[in-house]
Design a protein around this ligand. Structure first.
Ligand code: NAP
Length: 252
């Protein structure tokens, strides 16, 4: 039995805190039914409850992006409840390093963990939910990437990330960017739009709250890309109003 299918639905992965929580909140405020994807039932329920107390239609969805059985069960749950999904925000991510951030110090275990979440997790979630997104009249997919996954930025001496060691994290976001362009090519004859974005250096647990942007501000580009109209971009990489760069297009 599916619910009222005029309500727009969105799934945000890793929505229990940080930027994902603010993306979920902002889309809830736009009237979406929001699936708050979280690997911990306790943290996910807590976040969804907080959003419901604000009057939003938020529902915890158990989703560890590294566990294909859990991902498939989550897709089945949304399919049974709504039959389609209007937007997917692949936000869940981790940034681990060994010792310093030098690539030579990386262990295989850390590298594998980072790719498992930031890359393979996105393939797993996207492919499990794509049949539901295809049922939407205007499906939208947003991949939360990073400036440090941009070859353009990291090799441009005028950018703050030039010359930085970005370890498995940067490599995983570069892979995510390539996935974004690959999906974009495959989906170009469909109404679905897929784009990558970078939130900028944001104050969250990911960087021990050292970032300088507020997560509610960083969420905005993802929200804009999740709610694009049919004239909007497809297969791009965007940022918004970063302090050091006025252009909203990020070089791959
Ligand atoms: P955060 O506060 O650490 O939030 C990360 C979220 O991802 C948490 O909800 C976390 O859940 C979830 N997560 C991690 N592994 C998961 C898994 N296997 N399955 C499901 N959820 C999982 O970090 P954030 O800064 O908001 O990061 C959000 C996204 O922005 C990430 O993709 C990150 O790479 C990207 N980003 C952040 C910055 C920045 O400066 N903060 C800059 C560029 C890009 P738990 O609570 O269970 O750990």
């Amino acid at each position: 039995m599916t619910e009222n299918n005029t309500t727009k639905t969105v799934l945000v992965t890793g929505a229990n805190k940080g930027i994902g929580f603010h993306i979920a909140r902002a889309l809830g405020e736009q009237g979406y039914t929001v699936f708050v994807g979280a690997r911990s039932e306790e943290r996910g329920e807590q976040a969804a409850t907080q959003l419901r107390e604000e009057g939003l239609d938020a529902r915890f969805l158990h989703l560890d992006v590294t566990d294909p059985a859990v991902v498939n069960a989550a897709a089945k749950h949304v399919k049974d409840e709504f039959g389609s999904l209007d937007a997917l925000v692949n936000n869940a991510g981790i940034a681990l390093a060994d010792g310093g951030w030098n690539t030579s110090e990386l262990t295989v275990e850390t590298t594998r963990k980072v790719f498992e979440t930031n890359v393979i997790g996105v393939v797993s979630v996207t492919n499990a939910f794509l049949p539901l997104i295809r049922e939407s009249a205007a499906g939208r997919i947003v991949n939360v990437s990073s400036e440090v996954g941009s070859f353009g930025f990291t090799t441009d001496p005028n950018q703050p990330f030039a010359g930085m060691q970005v370890g498995a994290y940067g490599a995983s976001k570069a892979a995510l960017n390539m996935l974004t362009t690959s999906y974009a090519i495959e989906l170009k004859e469909t109404p679905i739009k897929i784009n990558a974005m970078t939130p900028g250096f944001t104050k969250t647990d990911l960087n021990e709250n050292k970032g300088w942007r507020a997560p509610e501000i960083s969420a905005k580009v993802a929200v804009d890309l999740a709610t694009l109209n049919e004239d909007g971009p497809h297969g791009g990489f965007f940022q918004e109003g970063l302090d050091y760069h006025a252009d909203t297009t990020v070089p791959w």
